[in-house]
Write a protein that binds this ligand. Structure first.
Ligand code: FES
Ligand code: FE2
Length: 413
């Protein structure tokens, strides 16, 4: 099962801070930089949990680095604004808060001085990898009285799908986290599969990335120039509704319009002689369908679920993308292209991924999304009919039970 990271992943420091200004009130508001007032527009006060969730939600497992990127040398990652050091010890990857409690030096700069430990590079405080306990202080002698009285927070870590997953949640002493498979689509845990993928850290808040993924209106227009769609027509517009199935919200297309006459403006179509109309917009009704995908019985091909995972199901393969908050202005964008096959078909899919999908879909196509996520500036916003996909997602989040990651540094962080 190959994984294909594009970026060896030095965790980025924000290139340029770009905090979203405090949500303006509905009505006329003033642009935060300069220029004319923005007329009208809604803020996000109808979705207070969502509005507060600039750093996402606690009590979930999140994919971070590729497994092969984490070795015996400590590696830093930032997830939901928390700095974490990942390090492999034998078969196990450990996660610790990346900050020495002594004077705040990152433990990811530390040394592997003794088995099963990490030593801060500054004064040699040495912590157990499994429990974060201060086991020795090299510069204070073997009888250092502070030993055993300091502990660095640890994070549950798991390996799945060639990725390192970290649980960010609140666990009582000795309490086990939920199984990582709870937060992975079940078709990915119970079937033979082959996958290719890319991860990168992109500019913009994770909510814009998630909304872009589930956004009904954009693909037909933004992506109609994408090479991935060079030979396939994009509709002009659709009539869509959102249905809920299990943990997923699914976009269901009731009408697809390939061209339209706009009164007083003209005709719009993406039809060209070299483009064909793609299969119906439902994997289960698209002729030959992979049995695993057919068994999902999806009424539409795009779906989203918490804490921020999009699934785009084609008849023969599925594209997944996770939006993992890094900080308020950056998102870890994890893309997987999965085919549920083994043997020769699996090998051919690997080749197809490397030769085409990797740069056409996971490259140029989703780079168009990254562009929009980076440049958009909302709220305020004025929503239109297709934005029912966005409001359904926000309402889904408001239904309760979610713990928002605080945007101020938590105690011990
Ligand atoms: S700052 Fe880490 S040992 Fe002093
Ligand atoms: Fe898109």
């Amino acid at each position: 099962m190959p994984d294909n990271p594009t970026t060896a992943e030095p965790d980025v420091a924000p290139r340029r801070p770009r905090r979203r200004p405090a949500a303006p009130r509905a009505g006329v508001t003033t642009d935060s930089v300069s220029g004319p007032p923005v007329q009208g527009g809604q803020d996000w006060s109808s979705w207070p949990t969502y509005d507060a969730a600039a750093l996402g939600f606690r009590n979930f497992w999140y994919p971070t680095l590729w497994a092969h990127q984490v070795g015996t040398k400590p590696v830093p990652v930032t997830v939901l604004g928390e700095r974490i050091v990942l390090v492999r010890d034998g078969d196990v990857v450990h996660g610790l808060h990346d900050r020495c409690p002594h004077r705040g030096v990152p433990l990811s700069l530390g040394r592997r001085q003794f088995p099963g430990t990490i030593s801060c590079p500054y004064h040699g405080w040495t912590y157990g990898l499994a429990d974060g306990r201060l086991n020795a202080v090299i510069t204070d002698g073997p009888d250092s009285p502070i030993c055993g009285r300091v502990r660095v927070a640890t994070y549950p870590v798991a390996e799945r799908l060639g990725l390192i997953w970290v649980y960010l949640g609140d666990l009582a002493d000795g309490e086990e986290p939920p199984p990582v498979d709870r937060d992975i689509p079940e078709e990915l845990t119970g079937n033979a599969l082959v996958l290719g993928g890319r991860t990168d850290i992109r500019d913009g808040n994770w909510r814009f990335a998630a909304e872009n993924g589930f956004d009904e209106g954009h693909a037909k227009y933004l992506h109609n120039t994408a090479l991935w769609r060079l030979f396939k027509v994009m509709p002009a517009w659709n009539k869509t509704r959102i249905v809920e199935k299990g943990q997923w919200l699914i976009r269901v297309q009731d009408e697809i319009h390939w061209e339209a006459e706009f009164p007083g403006v003209g005709t719009f179509t993406n039809r060209r002689w070299w483009k064909r109309i793609p299969l119906p917009d439902r994997p289960g009704k698209a002729g030959r369908v992979n049995p695993v995908i057919e068994s999902l019985d999806l009424p539409g091909f795009v779906s989203i679920r918490l804490p921020g995972l999009l699934r785009v199901a084609y008849p023969q393969f599925i594209h997944y993308e996770w939006y993992v908050p890094v900080d308020e202005d950056h998102v870890r964008y994890v893309q997987l292209m999965v085919r549920f096959e083994r043997g020769l078909k699996a090998e051919l899919f690997k080749l197809k991924y490397l030769a085409a999908m990797r740069w056409l879909f996971h490259g140029q196509f989703t780079a168009q999304d990254a562009w929009m996520v980076d440049v958009m500036d909302a709220p305020p916003e004025k929503l239109y009919r297709p934005d029912l996909s966005l409001t359904a997602w926000r309402r889904h989040i408001e239904r309760g039970g979610l713990e928002v990651q605080p945007t101020v540094r938590r105690a011990g962080q």
